[in-house]
Write a protein that binds this ligand. Sequence first.
Ligand SMILES: *Cc1c(COP(=O)(O)O)cnc(C)c1O
Length: 482
Amino acid sequence: MVQEKAMPSEETLDPEDWESMRALGHRMVDDMLDDMKTIRERPVWQPTPDQVKAHFKRPVPLDPQPLEEIYEEFLENVLPYRRGNIHPRFWAWVVGTGTPLGVLAELLAASVNSANSRVEKQVIDWFKEVLGFPASASGLLTSGCSAANLIGLAVARNTKAGFDVRREGIQATPHKMVLYASQEIHMSIQKAVELLGLGSDALRLVPVNDDFQVDLEALKATIAQDRQDGHLPFCVVGAAGTTNTGAIDDLSALADVCLQENLWFHVDGAFGAWAALTPGARNQVAGMERADSLAFDLHKWMYMPKEIGCVLVRREEEHRKAFSLTPAYLARGEGGRGMTGGGLRNYGFQLSRGFRALKAWMSLKEHGIRKYGRLIQQNIDQARYLAELIDAAPELELAAPVTLNVVCFRYLRPGLGDAALNALNKEILVELQEQGIVVPSGTTIRGKYVLRVGHTNHRSRREDFDILVCEVIRIGKALSLS
Ligand SMILES: *Cc1c(COP(=O)(O)O)cnc(C)c1O
């Protein structure tokens, strides 16, 4: 029967004019592909002017604004003031570059607008295969390696506690639970330890050797001391690629220690795990495949647009035991029929999850895993090339061995002590970044402030490193004279 009564007017967020939305969408795709294609011609980075900062202090919009105008605001106030990591001469921290298909996959993923566990499980199966994990292992895509480390360490804590941590909480521990990593370990490990209620004191930071790898004798001595003091050692975190220098711990030796000591072996392989794909550096991460849990990113090496990381856990039941919870509103229909959430919620703390797997699935198909291996090897070779340029320049000095894709160096000026050199190199970094020609970052190694190239950029060419070396020397000279 037809309703006679006047209905209140009903609204939707879909456009009234689909054609102008379509036209804008086409323009965005064209603009963004052009932007990536011609990125080399623009400055790597530029500081944000005050009027742009002020733009983001405006009050909440109460009424609609024309689409074109919103997009113009993005083009004017957002795009030019990005971090710069898609540029071929960006090597600060460890930040990936993304790809055009990655961008388009994100568009499709947002259109589907929910995770697809079939695609995700396949991608995780591929990662297990190429990183040497057994097919029976479990895994989850995450926002990044920080989340992956948190999940891995949560499983470690719950598995090794000896009591029901989920029910009783960490307060119930009869012995202080302690874990080990080198002094060079990433800060996300400390954050995870804090979030897991263990307290940052529980994270024993073990000294490193001259190659910035964890000192095995010091590690064993620390474990022994903790046992003597009545604590419960439960985990060792190995680094496959440290942020400061790209150092890779002796992972086989760490796996042996964990076996002997009955400890969980977690590996933070944020970028370095992918050395496993290369003929030249594969042996450096040997032992990683023996980890109980492995955390890594796909938005650093593997070059996918942010955010995407992953955690693998060797024994699926331990992974599930740490996170599974099925309230009535998530129970499946009779006989497992009907719609399901896919079950991946049982491997992490997020319930609603985006379709990150799609960009990984499409990218791996687009290029094939062999090409990723070649590109990662190319980055390692380029890092060595840069190290050679630095060795050959009397004005420059390498600050740490170059084992993977991280190069730390500083500008020298005869007669200056470390304090003056630190100040000079800090100033060089600021000039490099503000002039927008090349963007490394900085760090402190053994008291020396150094410029740092963390190279996970598939757009860089050798000539870009020639430019870096020339610019550092040019600016170093100019600053020293002033
Ligand atoms: C980047 C990084 C992390 C954290 O990963 P996010 O993806 O930034 O959360 C952890 N460990 C290492 C060694 C890293 O380089």
